[in-house]
Design a protein around this ligand. Structure first.
Ligand SMILES: Nc1ncnc2c1ncn2[C@@H]1O[C@H](COP(=O)(O)OP(=O)(O)OP(=O)(O)O)[C@@H](O)[C@H]1O
Ligand code: SF4
Ligand SMILES: [Mg+2]
Length: 362
């Protein structure tokens, strides 16, 4: 009885301590990441900058291979040895790029937590899930195993898993349950910054929307900061205050989500929007589905000008030869030579023939 009370008191104290942790502020500047390959330096991410104000969600979107996971992994210090990382990522003022093992241990799970594309990779197959969450808690908080286990039970309840299943191993869980278990693990220390890298990709559509609803609910309840990597523009519109659109390793456009999605400044964002039709509005004709023709440039030898030029219907010689500046318009910014013509481009980009011809018109 006395032990139970001690655990209860210790758990209350732990929960109070964790609840008092503030949401983190992240400011990324000049982030470049290259991979050394047999064919030379592959520039996966170049000069990326963005900010996550404390308590907000940032959506990170862009086609497959544009560098989203590379950015997220670098923030957790999980890049492979072949990666060369430069720039700064200030987490509440401390640069988390290039931390030594001791620094990384303090940051991982405790200050930044990661929900990955594939939950299986985040879980160790040889330990039961309860032990894994308990060990993660005890690596950072001076509590008994019983108290850490009680916290793990609370996290399981929060993500809608029966607490008895904490004793099971990852292979005994279905895909959706494993994903919930990883979310429970990511929430266990109430880290100030949550990185969710396509947290629902491996799941069926019903499970996807359930997990996203769960993440949104938890965010509303705990007010953490989050970077949400997704291909789903509708999820970004529902979940994220701010959005960063990446193309071929660079930021094409960023700003408040409503501005980026409703009044994009960059032709790539305009094209992305066409590829994700909105829900049909009663009485209005259905938006045609337009995909962006062409392929992403080879990042072993990036083009000298705008990286989107070979697929942009508005490209000129200037675009093909000169790297566009990042133009700031209020809280929104875009790397394009022609942001002043965005309204005209938006009207043209809504027409399928604009993308079919891909002849320079500016
Ligand atoms: N270890 C590595 N060595 C060499 N190149 C790599 C390595 N990891 C990733 N890349 C390359 O870096 C680029 C960016 O990959 P990344 O996984 O960050 O893209 P992504 O935007 O997350 O894509 P997806 O939406 O498919 O997850 C890709 O071209 C990828 O092939
Ligand atoms: S700089 Fe030129 S090629 Fe690049 S997005 Fe703008 S208009 Fe298109
Ligand atoms: Mg990825």
């Amino acid at each position: 009885m006395a032990t139970m009370t001690r655990t209860g008191d210790e758990l209350s104290a732990l929960n109070r301590r964790l609840a008092a942790k503030p949401a983190a502020h992240l400011k990324v500047e000049g982030l470049s990441i290259g991979y050394s390959t047999l064919r030379g330096r592959f520039r996966a991410v170049e000069d990326v900058a963005f900010e996550v104000p404390a308590g907000t969600n940032l959506g990170l979107v862009g086609e497959s291979g544009c560098g989203k996971s590379t950015v997220v992994k670098a923030l957790m210090g999980l890049q492979p040895a072949s990666a060369h990382v430069t720039g700064t990522a200030l987490l509440d003022g401390q640069n988390v790029l290039g931390l030594d093992d001791h620094g990384l241990r303090d940051v991982r799970w405790n200050r930044i937590a990661l929900i990955t594309q594939s939950a299986m990779n985040a879980l160790d197959p040889v330990y039961c899930i309860g032990d894994q969450i308990t060990e993660a808690i005890r690596a950072h908080e001076p509590v008994s195993r019983a108290t850490a286990w009680a916290r793990a039970e609370e996290m399981f309840a929060l993500v809608g898993l029966p607490t008895a299943r904490l004793r099971e191993f990852p292979h005994q869980f279905s895909g959706g349950m494993r994903q919930r278990a990883v979310i429970a693990m990511a929430l266990a220390l109430n880290a100030g910054l949550l990185l969710a890298d396509e947290p629902t990709t491996a799941l069926d559509p019903i499970m996807q929307s359930q997990i996203m609803a769960r993440i949104r609910g938890i965010h509303a309840h705990m007010r953490r900061s989050m970077i949400l990597v997704t291909h789903d523009i509708a999820v970004v519109a529902e979940t994220c205050e701010n959005t960063v659109v990446m193309y071929a390793g660079k930021v094409a456009e960023s700003g408040p989500t409503t501005a980026v999605l409703d009044r994009p400044l960059h032709p790539y964002t305009m094209g992305l929007q066409n590829a994700f039709p909105r829900l049909p509005v009663p009485g209005q004709p259905r938006q045609p589905l337009i995909s962006i023709p062409g392929v992403v440039p080879n990042l072993l030898l990036p083009p000298p000008g705008c990286r989107f030029a070979s697929r942009c219907p508005f490209a000129t010689d200037l675009c093909r030869n000169v790297v566009p500046p990042v133009v700031q318009m209020g809280a929104q910014s875009a790397a394009c030579h022609f942001t002043h013509r965005a309204e005209e481009f938006r009207a043209a980009a809504a027409q399928p023939e604009t993308w079919r011809s891909l002849k320079g018109s500016a």
